[in-house]
Design a protein around this ligand. Sequence first.
Ligand code: NAD
Ligand code: MG
Length: 298
Amino acid sequence: MANNQYTFTNPVTLYPTGQPPEQHQEGPGTEQGQFPNPDVGEDSYEGTGRLRGRKALITGGDSGIGAAVAIAFAREGADVAISYLAAEQIDADRTIRLIEEAGRTAVALPGDITDSLHCRTMVAEAVSQLGGLDILVNNAGKQQFTEDLLELSDEQFAETLDTNISAMFWITKAALPHLGAGSTIINTSSIQAYKPSGILVDYATTKAAINTFSKALSQQLAPKGIRVNVVAPGPIWTPLQTAGGQPASALPTTGKETALGRWGQPAELAPAYVFLASPESSFVVGATLNVDGGMPNP
Ligand code: NAD
Ligand code: MG
């Protein structure tokens, strides 16, 4: 690889393509359906054996941040199961192919995680096909902007909470009996936990809850040798953003609010997850690693 994540570069000009144009996708959205395609590290992430022999389950591993993490984990030597919605098969196929090209086992787990029964079945399937589990990344998320609380339906409110919080609880609970000492859990929060947008009341609420859930659980599980940590991304160019996560008109300027002045790319998130998954972060417990281009928060 000519350039990898270790190449000495100016982070301001790392992505010369600039800001994306206005666009919108229906449903959960796919990377294929957004322009330009996000950078998930396919052509750049280089592994050095940091997760050799590990077994990981990543929710929302088809696209965006989850895909970048899946590719990085596989290239670091882990076998990887990814969960996603059936409508995202095209992105999932790509990620599965890249995990296999890294020489690792890939497990595809389509299904809706707002169904608690599916969450339990999915974890059992991941454990069975991977032959165990020692990394859990709760990364799937729903983000739909709504300008006015009076327009925020009870259904959307419940679905956002179920996808972002309840599923994390169901999946973690199902995974826990399989996680031995040394295992790691990484949950995906957001800058929205600290700087909530008025149009993301439901979503921002879940992201603060993910931080607190993770901090509390980290205290419970650390004595057992299981570390729980969080990654809090800033604005990252992924399908969710183009499928109602933001108004289409906001897409060309989103990211300007960061100190780097641009959108982040999923590939820039992967090293944070690798660090928190690997034993090199052995004394990092209940922490939130902010990867947001410079949006200081408490
Ligand atoms: P993404 O659209 O690529 O990933 C989100 C994934 O969630 C989807 O691929 C989908 O598989 C999964 N998902 C959603 N609803 C589901 C359901 N009911 N059942 C099963 N799977 C479901 O977008 P992303 O930005 O990479 O999102 C990954 C995580 O990062 C999310 O938790 C999101 O909140 C968080 N995040 C994103 C940003 C950003 O700017 N993109 C910023 C902060 C946090
Ligand atoms: Mg997706």
